[in-house]
Design a protein around this ligand. Structure first.
Ligand code: NDP
Length: 293
């Protein structure tokens, strides 16, 4: 049974979901179909991934009721500002082929243009009030971004999706989320970024501590990392295009890590992020057009 998290507005979200960052658009429907057949009921995409259409196609083809799948997507920074973000919802909803998006996030803060970020978030608040989205949130927001946002808007984000894996745990940021009743959702939850952007560094998949715990339980390293998230109360959205890994990453509900094992994994934190530094995100360096269709 997948754990269910209750968001701060009462909406229920499966804790374990499926991500599609870097999944090529023409492989997305197949990957998502495999995930839905396996049992995943939360799919995480983003306007910037260019594959929302494949996500929508797979959900429609699955035969599952719309209400049985939790769809999450993100507004890219190039579409920030109140009116542009309202329009960005229409673009994403059209590509996904849905009327309602379950969780809509701002993909990044724009620290140098925070007014635009606030305008974008106010658009999310309006979409929520109109029932076009069931919950709203943010991604890659640091404590200062959260504080600034909370000071200028009405609705506390339901979710902050941030980089969390054993080599980068962001304990302070997780505490800041928890203080506000915000669910932390881990991206790169099994440390994919330590592997595909590892530049020669060791990856979480080959970490001796994680492998020893995996051996203890007769599981894989990825399964241990996913249990670690779930048992610490986070949502996690692993990505794969490989059917056997899609199944492996969902097969985590019949074993439990000991408290001591959770602490040993916490202690692997190196304090070095794999993704871009949230404070240096600018339109100049990261802006790009999100197509209408
Ligand atoms: P993950 O931690 O999910 O790792 C994915 C990588 O690990 C892929 O290279 C995948 O390759 C490989 N992999 C998957 N399963 C296994 C396994 N069981 N054993 C060994 N290798 C495995 O990293 P992601 O960065 O993809 O993050 C997951 C999701 O988080 C994204 O898809 C996206 O939805 C979200 N995300 C959000 C960001 C944000 O800024 N908000 C940034 C980055 C990600 P293969 O596909 O070949 O199996």
């Amino acid at each position: 049974m997948n754990n269910i998290l209750t968001l701060n507005n009462g909406v229920e979200m499966p804790a374990l979901g499926f991500g599609v960052f870097q999944t090529p658009p023409d492989e997305t429907a197949e990957a998502v179909a495999g995930a839905l057949a396996t049992g995943y009921r939360l799919i995480d995409t983003a306007a910037a991934y260019g594959n929302e259409r494949g996500v929508g196609d797979a959900i429609r083809a699955s035969g599952l009721a719309r209400d049985d799948v939790f769809i999450e997507t993100k507004i890219w920074i190039s579409d920030y500002g109140y009116d542009q973000t309202l329009h960005a919802f229409d673009k994403s909803a059209r590509k996904l082929g849905v009327d309602t998006i379950d969780l809509l996030l701002l993909h990044q803060a724009l620290p140098g243009e925070f007014d635009e970020t606030v305008g974008a978030y106010r658009a999310l608040e309006r979409l929520l009030a109109e029932g076009k989205v069931r919950a709203i949130g943010v991604s890659n927001f640091m404590p200062a971004h959260l504080a600034s946002l909370l000071g200028q808007t009405e609705i506390v984000p339901a979710v902050n999706q941030i980089e969390v894996h054993p080599y980068f745990t962001q304990a302070e940021l997780q505490a800041a989320d928890a203080e506000q009743g915000i669910v932390t959702q881990a991206w790169s939850p099994i440390g994919g970024i330590t592997s595909y952007r590892g530049e020669g560094a060791t990856s979480t998949f080959t970490d001796p501590v994680i492998l020893a715990i995996a051996e203890e339980h007769g599981t894989s390293a990825a399964q241990v990392m996913l249990r670690w998230h779930l048992q610490e109360g986070r949502s996690a959205i692993p990505k794969s295009v490989k059917p056997e890994r899609i199944r492996e990453n969902f097969d985590v509900f019949d074993f439990e890590l000991l408290d001591d094992e959770l602490r040993r994994i916490d202690a692997l934190d190196r304090g070095v992020r794999g993704g871009p530094e949230p404070d240096v995100i600018t339109l100049e360096s990261f802006g790009r057009d999100i197509p209408e269709d």
